[in-house]
Design a protein around this ligand. Structure first.
Ligand SMILES: Cc1ncc(C[n+]2csc(CCOP(=O)(O)OP(=O)(O)O)c2C)c(N)n1
Length: 365
């Protein structure tokens, strides 16, 4: 029994490959070091992702976006979770994962549709193997476990990765998903981005567990903790987690310790519940700066590479700004589409009512 529990337990300290300053941590590596080419890709994606995030925040101030939950500071988790997957694998994001979806190659305007106020998710979830961004906390973990189980039954070798925040680990759905996935060996990775706060609720008011990763143990789920601002460690741990799931060993829970540098959304004011000193301490663990220093020291990244990433990021942001400045074409009746495979009589009735109202208004104008 003891041996079985030990096999599931996270490391005593969160897994780290890099110091805060970007030097390699000495000692034995608990997981293989990711390939330098993958790390270079991660660097570029984080630079573009951070610029995208800043542009999206600016769009809220210009009234072009209704709401935006920033992931500034969480770049290693956003990019790392996507790069750990293959194209056919499934991704189950929350509202905070816009940066990750852009990294997955989804059109940024489509990514921002929901946050602009559209009734639909913007992109085609089936084509991208990416569920709609989920606002109800943790409900998508159940969907992820179900889809992963279906893939297992079909023998496709595909896995699902579901993102949640620290607050969402208190939701019943999270626990149901862990239990189901463990019992039925669903190939799903649960990534908890522990950014320390659920809006204004700090972690110590959220859980009495030794860590969020420990929550997997009771369900029989292999669990690990990682420094979520260390991109090398995040990629290494997630690669192992995905491999574990793909090889048929069942689910894997990763808790990544990170920090959201901005407020919860543009509608929140983080200075009301946390100090500048705390945020500054986390700024000192900047994932982009850490990876950049590490790769430069090893000769894997040059000034020209860094300049090219930054130019690509500027172009990305400028294109997004231009496209978001155009007013979207509103199709009110479109909100009844894609609600159910077969519409219910109630839905048909509502659609007919709205159509009649639109026609009556048009007749008056
Ligand atoms: C089921 C449910 N309850 C409450 C909310 C309101 N709510 C939105 S975000 C949030 C905090 C979530 O924090 P966390 O899970 O840590 O994720 P983070 O926003 O930090 O990424 C809450 C309580 C919700 N969206 N869904």
């Amino acid at each position: 029994m003891t041996g079985r529990v030990e096999a599931l337990l996270p490391s005593a300290e969160p897994v780290r490959f890099l110091t805060d300053g970007g030097a390699a941590v000495r000692g034995k590596r608990p997981y293989p070091v990711p390939d330098p080419e993958l790390l270079r890709r991660a660097h570029r994606a984080m630079v573009v992702g951070r610029r995208f995030d800043a542009q999206a925040t600016a769009l809220t101030k210009q009234g072009r976006l209704a709401v935006y939950p920033s992931s500034h500071g969480q770049e290693a988790c956003q990019v790392g979770s996507v790069l750990a997957l293959e194209d056919g694998d499934w991704y189950f994001p929350t509202y905070r994962e816009s940066m990750a979806l852009v990294t997955r190659g989804i059109d940024p305007v489509e990514v921002l549709s929901l946050l602009r106020g559209d009734a639909h998710c913007g992109y085609d979830p089936v084509r991208h193997h990416t569920a709609p961004q989920c606002t109800p906390l943790a409900t998508q973990t159940v969907h992820a476990a179900g889809v992963a189980y279906a893939e297992r039954r079909k023998g496709t070798g595909r896995v699902a990765l579901a993102c949640v925040g620290d607050g969402a680990t208190s939701e019943g759905d999270f626990h149901e998903a862990l239990n189901f996935a463990a019992v039925f060996k669903a190939p799903v990775v649960f990534l908890v981005q522990n950014n320390q706060y659920a809006i204004s609720v700090p972690l110590e008011r959220q859980t009495a567990a030794p860590s969020l990763a420990h929550k997997g143990i009771g369900y029989g789920v292999r669990s690990e903790r990682v420094d979520g601002n260390d991109p090398v460690a995040v990629l290494a741990v997630l690669a192992a987690a995905v491999e574990h799931a793909r090889a048929g060993h069942g689910p894997f829970l990763v808790e990544a310790l990170t920090y959201r540098l901005e407020s919860h959304t543009n509608a929140d004011d983080a200075s009301r519940y946390r100090t500048d000193a705390e945020a500054d301490e986390w700024r000192g663990r900047d994932p982009i700066a850490r990876l950049e220093r590490y790769l430069r020291r090893r000769g894997h990244l040059t000034d020209a590479d860094v300049a090219a990433a930054s130019a690509e990021a500027e172009e990305f942001a400028a294109r997004l700004r231009d496209r978001m400045n155009a007013d979207p074409e509103l199709v009110p009746l479109g909100m009844f589409e894609h609600v159910y495979g077969t519409p219910t009589p109630q839905l048909d009735e509502q659609r007919a009512q709205l159509r009649a109202e639109i026609e009556a208004e048009e007749a008056l104008s």
